[in-house]
Each structure stands twice: as C-alpha cells, then as structure tokens.
Design a protein around this ligand. Structure first.
Ligand code: PEP
Length: 246
C-alpha cells in the first residue's frame, strides 16, 4: 500500500450543541493521533468554540464566491479566520437539497484550495445509478468537472470522499470490496490525468461507517480513511473509528 497519511473526518451535519462541542474537545484533546489527520466539521456557529489541539476543524460547505451580497453564505476567508483547515464540498445532501451542480462543486473546491483550505470533495452514486450499472460513468462526470478546473499540483492537496448515497445514514455500508472497487476506479481516473498526483491524493470512504466495519474498510488498498456522519456524534464511536485508521 502506498504510504498516504490517513484522514478521518466527522460531519456533524445539522446536529450537536455547545455541550457536545465541549465533550468532543475534551475527549479528542486527550488522545494522540500520531500518523492520522482527524477533522471535525460542526455546524458554522460552533466553529469558534473548539479549542482543538490534537485535531483540525473544518466547515461543512462554503460559497464558490469570494464575498458580497449572498445572504446566508460563508466564505473561505471566514472559515480561515475561525481556524479551519478543511472544508467539505459537494456533499450529496447539498447537491440534492441545494441544487449544487458538478460545476459549482468544482468551483467551490477550486476556491477552497486556491485560498488555502483543504477541500474534502464528495462524490458518489444513488442506488438507482448503481442498479443501472452506471457508477463509473456517474463518478467520472463528477470528477471530470473538478479535474477540468485544477492543475495536478493543486488537486494533489485535495481529499476525495467516496460516499455512495445509498449508504449514507441508511445503516447499509458498502462492503470493503465495493468501496475498494470504486476507490481504485477514482484513483485510476486521476492517474490518467497525472500518475504522481493520483498516488498521493487521499480518497476516503463515507456511508454508515462505524467501529464494527471501519477496520476492514480502512484496510483496503485505496481507502485512506473515512468521512463519518452518524457515528461522529458519539465520542467513543468516533475515537474507535479514528483508531481503526492508524
Ligand atoms: C455523510 O453523510 O457524510 C455520512 C458518511 O453519513 P453516515 O456516516 O451517517 O452514513
């Protein structure tokens, strides 16, 4: 397995409160995650409440624009001022409920990385697409939009998250083989563009990952960690998942 530093990111979505921020800060700061990047992505209002020592903080989304009259949106510069290092872009919930297109997601990723944040770019197919046998075509379209706005040098700094929509919040996890198959496909797609970049870029898995399945998933050749939703709201579960990635 090519050595890439694993990464485990928590996506709290619209969950959590001040008390949970404190519980997580205390629990994570007591741990030493050597050889692993741990990222916590809470809702925007809580970003400034973390006193993170052993982990990093990230946003769950950003605007593709720099600043201006965009009510409700948050910029890369604002996240940076709140000490964020990462930002999730193109989560399937944003794509579905906020109409984010492949092009918008690519612009968000480009803006994030060019202004110094590490984007965690989410891709992944619905059950319908999988049943029809179009997984590779669907993911190619999502990735093509990203690749066409970024040089290999820039892309290398990004993280890709493969999140099959049918596995998100459903309790149904992709098998390690299913995950590996798509992760290898993604790396192969990137390798056609630039081989060195493809071997360095981290591709993490998301979709009902939990302590009981994390070890097998993270063992796969092209799985470099995870993006965790439901199980990231419980410190014991999240820490167990982090430990499975080391
Ligand atoms: C997610 O939505 O990013 C996710 C992985 O959710 P869950 O772990 O709850 O399936």
């Amino acid at each position: 397995k090519v050595k890439r530093k694993p990464l485990v990111a928590a996506n709290w979505k619209m969950n959590g409160d001040r008390a949970l921020v404190e519980v997580f800060t205390n629990a994570l700061n007591q741990k030493c995650f050597s050889g692993l990047d741990v990222v916590l992505c809470p809702p925007f209002p809580y970003l400034s409440l973390f006193n993170a020592e052993t982990f990093s903080i990230g946003g769950q989304d950003i605007s593709h624009l720099k600043n201006g009259a965009h009510t409700g949106d948050v910029s890369v510069a604002m996240l940076q001022e709140m000490n964020c290092k990462y930002v999730i872009v193109g989560h399937s919930e944003r794509r579905e409920h906020h109409g984010e297109t492949n092009e918008i997601v690519a612009e968000k990723a480009h803006r994030a990385v060019s202004e110094g944040l590490i984007p965690i770019i989410c891709v992944g197919e619905s059950l319908e697409v999988r049943k029809e046998g179009f997984v590779e075509r669907f993911i190619t379209e999502q990735l093509q939009a990203v690749v066409s706005v970024m040089s290999a040098d820039i892309l290398q700094q990004c993280v890709i998250a493969y999140e099959p929509i049918w596995a998100i919040g459903s309790g149904e996890t992709a098998t390690p083989e299913q995950a590996q198959e798509v992760h290898a496909f993604i790396r192969g797609f990137l390798a056609d563009y630039d081989e060195a970049m493809a071997s360095r870029v981290r591709i993490i898995y998301g979709g009902s990952a939990k302590p009981s399945n994390a070890t097998e998933l993270f063992k796969q050749t092209d799985v470099d960690g995870g993006l965790i939703g439901g199980a990231s709201l419980n410190t014991d579960d999240f820490i167990a998942i982090c430990q499975a990635a080391i």
